[in-house]
Ligand binder design. Structure first.
Ligand SMILES: Nc1nc2c(ncn2[C@@H]2O[C@H](COP(=O)(O)OP(=O)(O)O)[C@@H](O)[C@H]2O)c(=O)[nH]1
Ligand SMILES: [Mg+2]
Length: 329
């Protein structure tokens, strides 16, 4: 740290520390950049501030855009944001109720949920955000639903396997979303925000009320018209069907969980670092502290079926539940 940073700069830096939202963080970084003494000794810091700012602006833009437009914005929390999409009465709120403490209204009448309702689902040592939404149907749909859902990390297409209308309902959900430029991707299909303006969401099809008479036959028909979706079937009344749910959702988020340890100390298995699948050791170092990444020399890895403490370099691709010991110079 150069010693000649001004009180103005330190004030701005303090604002950054206190910032709660991306917008506040952007404002604080802009101020830091504005007031930082401009000379050679701070050129690295200036460049660094600019990089952080542009990264954050992109993030904030991606997340905030729908909020400004529709007045609805669901602050993401946890390692992924998962939206519950489906016809009325299919069991969306029941799902949220089963797997979070959010206590949504559950009704026998169709349009109980008028607003969104987020809740956090635990999967082992991580949290995933589930967001209950009003129904998607021609009869009644809040127009903001697709514009919120398009920014999710994953969609759950929640269908009612006790209903003889399940095929029509599924088709209607897909059609309506498509009209609002949201598509639900099947397995192996490309997903993301397309140049055409279409948002293609990774999707897990959740067949609810799986214990109802005829559910298996209806599921077979659903699979016939929607062959490409990964499916999870569940019944709120059958606890055995609940067990694999969080894992099925987690698996679709394409994340990797790893644990950092210091030499001579055990890893804290309660505090995983969560990165995108394919992330490397140096990305882990950056996530922990930018200083660590700059001073990185090598790492040692422990994990399932690995030689204990194997030495790896910065490009090593992290695997689920690796324990990583970073060595710096
Ligand atoms: N037996 C059974 N009933 C369910 C299941 N899921 C939802 N329900 C019932 O279906 C109705 C609609 O559920 P709800 O969660 O409010 O549907 P939403 O409109 O999609 O939010 C309620 O009466 C629930 O109790 C399930 O898996 N099994
Ligand atoms: Mg509901």
């Amino acid at each position: 740290m150069p010693a000649n940073l001004t009180p103005d700069y330190h004030n701005a830096e303090e604002k950054l520390r206190q910032a709660q939202t991306d917008e506040e963080r952007v404002a604080a970084l802009e101020e830091m950049l504005r007031v930082i003494p401009k000379h050679k000794g701070t050129s690295h810091m200036q460049a660094d501030l600019k990089t952080r700012l542009s990264k954050l602006r992109k993030e904030a833009g991606r997340k905030k855009a729908p909020g400004r437009k529709s007045g609805h914005y669901v602050e993401p929390e946890g390692i992924g944001q998962v939206f519950l999409l489906g016809p009325p009465n299919s069991g969306k709120s029941t799902l949220l109720d089963l797997f979070s403490k959010a206590a949504p209204k559950i009704g026998d009448y169709p349009f109980t949920t008028r607003s969104f309702q987020p809740g956090m689902m635990r999967h082992q040592n991580v949290w995933i955000q589930l967001v209950d939404l009003p129904p998607v149907s021609r009869e009644f749909m809040e127009t903001w639903v697709p514009s919120v859902a398009r920014y999710g990390d994953l969609a759950l297409l929640v269908l009612d396997l006790s209903s003889d209308d399940v095929l029509d309902q599924a088709q209607e959900v897909l059609d309506l979303l498509k009209e609002s430029k949201v598509a639900l991707a099947g397995e192996g299909e490309e997903f993301g925000q397309m140049d055409s303006g279409l948002a293609v969401l990774r999707t897990l099809l959740v067949g609810m009320k799986a214990g109802a008479p005829g559910a298996a036959d209806r599921l077979a028909m659903v699979r016939e018209i929607l062959p490409n979706y990964r499916v999870y079937t569940l019944d709120s009344q059958d606890p055995a069907t609940h067990e694999g749910f969080s894992g099925a959702v987690y698996a679709m988020l394409d994340k990797v969980r790893v644990y950092a340890k210091q030499p001579g100390k055990p890893a804290d298995k309660d505090e995983p670092f969560v990165l995108d699948l394919g992330a490397t050791v140096i990305e882990l170092a950056e996530k922990i502290h930018r200083d660590l990444a700059q001073r990185f020399q090598f790492a040692r890895i422990w994990g399932e079926g690995k030689i204990d403490g194997r030495k790896v370099n910065r490009d090593y691709v992290l695997e689920e539940e690796d324990v990583v010991e970073l060595h710096v110079g």
